[in-house]
Design a protein around this ligand. Structure first.
Ligand SMILES: Nc1nc2c(c(=O)[nH]1)N[C@H]1C(S)=C(S)[C@@H](COP(=O)(O)O)O[C@H]1N2
Ligand SMILES: [Mo]
Length: 323
């Protein structure tokens, strides 16, 4: 008996082109290596007359879209407006409603992700390389540790696909993720309250789990800056802060890596941080949550509703001690 815990829909790679947004059209076509029919069609979709390579980057005027209107539990998607205007991204600001504005001009051009540590084949991936992994849509619940939640249609690919490519050594037991450090572009990084850059970590088996993805888009569009352009982690059964945005480095390690939140407040933000209605945050209950766009509260589900898929990862572990 196996039942899909997520909606998984392959997306033609021609529809996922963050570089089209970042680069001007000439650079975009150069990055593609060819002036292909697909490239021209994309440029045309952006509202630019085909054949005017001097024009500015196409405005991303495509409407948000998703393959389905609900998650697998039947709950509706959170609106595109809310997903992109109610954000936690402390590199910009701690004010959720100002992240979109402050991140608006963020320029992730020439992005690379360095993958190394305890692997056979360390490699630095360009964004173009990362978009070559087969992209699919995943509709996931996102449950913030602050007790609010959303349902978001991501596009991306399984982290496992990338990790298999670099061939983890048998000594590798954890994966460490590092976000961009760029105080020039990220005003929140002038705050010395946080040990920048933002870092996160997973156990290797959690990282290899098929629910764990690297997202490159949402609602059928490239990731907006405020959601972690150009690439971020999504681990749907853990509190939202584990889903680190704007990743520049992935490192396989033998020992449990330090993470930003666990370093600041280990008693409040455990390394595991699996969604668990029975383990309260020291300062508030985790039993219920506010679904953005709804009134009232709903009950929080163990492992955010993904228990059938992930509970086995924690067999024999005390979820209170390993919070
Ligand atoms: N680099 C980075 N990643 C981050 C954060 C952050 O401040 N910086 N906030 C986290 C938190 S607390 C949450 S709830 C989610 C929010 O993701 P969203 O804004 O795309 O909904 O991003 C997580 N990833
Ligand atoms: Mo969060």
């Amino acid at each position: 008996m196996s039942r899909a815990r997520f909606e998984s829909v392959p997306v033609p790679s021609s529809e996922i082109t963050p570089e089209e947004v970042y680069l001007n059209r000439r650079e975009f076509l150069k990055a593609m290596g060819i002036v292909s029919a697909a490239g021209l069609a994309l440029a045309a979709c952006g509202g630019r007359p085909v054949g005017s390579p001097e024009s500015s980057p196409p405005a991303d005027g495509t409407p948000p879209r998703a393959s389905l209107g609900t998650d697998e539990l039947g709950d509706p998607l959170t609106s595109y407006e809310a997903v992109t205007h109610y954000n936690n991204f402390y590199e910009f600001t701690t004010d959720k409603e100002r992240v979109a504005q402050l991140a608006g001009n963020f320029n992730p051009s020439a992005w690379t992700v360095e993958v190394g540590g305890l692997v056979n084949r360390p490699r630095t991936y360009t964004l173009e390389d990362l978009l070559k992994f087969e992209q699919e849509e995943r509709i996931y619940r996102l449950r913030c540790v602050e007790a609010w939640s959303m349902v978001i249609p991501w596009t991306g690919f399984e982290l496992a696909a990338l990790l298999k490519q670099v061939e983890p050594l048998s000594s590798a037991r954890y994966v460490r993720f590092v976000a961009l450090l760029d105080p020039q572009q990220m005003p929140g990084q002038s705050s010395s309250l946080y040990p920048w850059p933002y870092t996160e970590g997973l156990r290797l088996d959690e990282a290899m789990h098929s629910l764990t993805i690297l997202a490159t888009g949402l609602y059928g569009k490239p990731l907006p800056p405020q959601n972690g352009t150009p690439i971020r982690l999504v681990v749907p059964w853990k509190y939202g802060f584990k889903s680190i945005k704007s990743i520049v480095k992935i490192e396989l390690t033998e020992t449990q890596p330090a993470t930003l939140w666990n370093t600041i407040a280990p008693n409040e933000y455990g390394f595991y941080s699996n969604v668990n209605p029975e383990v309260n945050h020291p300062r508030w209950s985790q039993a219920t949550e506010r679904r953005i766009g709804e009134s009232g509260r709903r009950e929080t589900l163990l492992f955010n509703g993904y228990a059938a898929d992930v509970a086995a990862l924690y067999a024999g572990m005390d979820l209170r001690l390993n919070y």
